[in-house]
Design a protein around this ligand. Structure first.
Ligand code: GLU
Length: 466
């Protein structure tokens, strides 16, 4: 039975790379009829905050990644303590009394020689007597894992293939800090083993940690799970996607008005090759059915913001219903101080305008004129004044003929222009101007179809006031 987990540290907002890791772990569990675990890795007390944890959970819920089991490492310290003691008792770990200053010296020495730092092993072979004496004197100590010399750790990564790392690349490493807090490489093993995780799916930045973890699995007599390390996501300049590339958190995209469905869909395409080539739009159910780790690429994917925006626009125009888009737009309009009383009206507006925006934020901006009078610049006032007689007459015609679709409005408009012998901009530009505050944007036919005539007239009058 497959069991996967997503194990974020609440030390920042969920960024796109981690969101993709969460999605792949979730999809693989669901695809296999297995279990998906959310585990908050908050043993770094200094950098972890409750706010970030809440943020992570909010983002995961928003993406629709419901989990079957939930754990928080800070609530499991007693368990780690027991396993730490067991490792010491069995000789796989030992207390290290080296002070931070002593270790810093070792580090500087290595840097001076230009070699990779490895712990000297000074406390590795202390006599029992010395250990007891140090403890009696209250000397703070960490616990270090005793790494066997020269061993080659080999594993078959489900994405990266055959990986072989010599343990001499790293020395005896700390599993419990001197303040009693256990470290990532240690607790991740205890948790993955006790929780019965079968597939560890995570970013490739953890490949170098994996041999350390395998050593701990062995030392504790646990079965080693399968590993699947996902390639990094690159920015457009082909360096690892990071803050330097602008907003890269899920929160930033949500606030920009990207739909959860679109982000979910887009992130799946970053690194996963669908067996159905040439297809890009998938529902969650389809992804659950199709997703498999064997189709994850081993080389990095490049994040393409334009493509995400395009896909989001497609979801707005073609995938979601206008009712659904209206619902999602409301909070964005509210943020602008617009309370949509009449949801049916908003839905009508969305139906006719949704091909003109790619994000909900952009949508809220474009839709503002349907809900409140715009600011009118002097330039627009001039345009309106110049054409005011035509406009008045045109509005009267509309009032008489009562068109109810954009097509009918256009027909009446064309006939009017022809009869008067004037060019379209002379009429359309000022009307759009006093309706929206801008001379470009949503089609005039749509504006006149949706904005009630008495509102149109009021805005016209206001534009003529000095
Ligand atoms: N807390 C680790 C991280 O956020 C988890 C790594 C793992 O999945 O093992 O990078």
């Amino acid at each position: 039975m497959v069991k996967t987990r997503f194990a974020p540290s609440p030390t920042g907002y969920l960024h796109l790379g981690n969101a993709r890791t969460a999605i792949f772990s979730y999809l693989y569990a669901r695809h296999s009829g297995g279990t998906f675990v959310l585990r908050i890795e908050d043993t770094d007390r200094e950098r972890s905050t409750e706010e970030y944890e809440e943020g992570l959970i909010e983002d995961l819920r928003w993406l629709g990644l419901e989990w079957d089991e939930f754990y928080r490492q800070s609530e499991r310290l007693e368990i780690y303590r027991e396993y730490g003691e067991r490792l010491v008792k069995d000789g796989h770990a030992y207390p290290c009394f080296c002070t931070p200053e002593e270790l810093e010296k070792e580090r500087q020495e290595a840097a001076r020689k230009g070699i990779a730092y490895r712990y000297s092993g000074r406390c590795r072979n202390l006599l029992d007597k010395e250990v007891q004496e140090n403890i009696r004197r209250g000397k703070p100590h960490a616990l270090r894992f005793r790494v066997p010399d020269g061993e080659e750790i080999v594993f078959e990564d489900l994405i990266k293939g055959h990986i072989s790392i010599n343990v001499d690349d790293f020395g005896d490493f700390i599993i419990v800090r001197s303040d009693g807090m256990p470290t990532y490489n240690f607790v991740v093993v205890v948790d993955d083993a006790l929780m019965g995780i079968t597939h560890v799916i995570r970013g490739e930045d953890h490949i170098s940690n994996t041999p350390k973890q395998i050593l701990i699995y062995r030392a504790l007599g646990f079965e080693v799970p399968r590993f699947a390390h996902l390639p990094v996501i690159l920015g457009p300049d082909r360096s690892k996607l990071s803050k330097r590339h602008g907003g890269v958190s899920v929160k930033a995209y949500r606030e920009e008005g990207i739909l959860a469905e679109a982000l979910f869909n887009y992130l799946c395409l970053l690194g996963w090759s669908s067996p159905e080539e040439d297809r890009e739009i998938y529902t969650r159910e389809e992804l659950i059915k199709l997703f498999d780790l064997k189709d994850v690429n081993s080389s990095p994917a490049v994040f393409d913001r334009q493509k995400l925006l395009w896909m989001n626009g497609l979801y707005i125009r073609e995938v979601l219903s206008p009712e659904e888009v209206a619902l999602r737009l409301e909070p964005f309009l509210r943020e602008k101080g617009i309370e949509v009383g009449d949801r049916e009206y908003l839905t009508k507006v969305v139906t006719l305008t949704r091909d003109s925006f790619d994000t909900l934020r952009e949508g809220a901006e474009k839709l503002e004129p349907f809900f409140r009078d715009p600011e009118i610049s002097d330039e627009i006032r001039d345009l309106v004044r110049t054409s005011s007689d035509y406009i008045r007459e045109f509005l009267d015609t509309i009032e008489k003929q009562k068109p109810s679709t954009p097509e009918e409005i256009m027909k009446i408009g064309k006939a009017f222009l022809k009869e008067k012998g004037i060019k379209p901009p002379l009429l359309w530009k000022p009307i759009r101007g006093f309706l929206t505050g801008s001379t470009q944007g949503i089609g005039i036919d749509i504006l006149l179809t949706l904005i009630p005539l008495e509102v149109v007239k009021r805005r016209f009058r206001k534009a003529l006031e000095v």
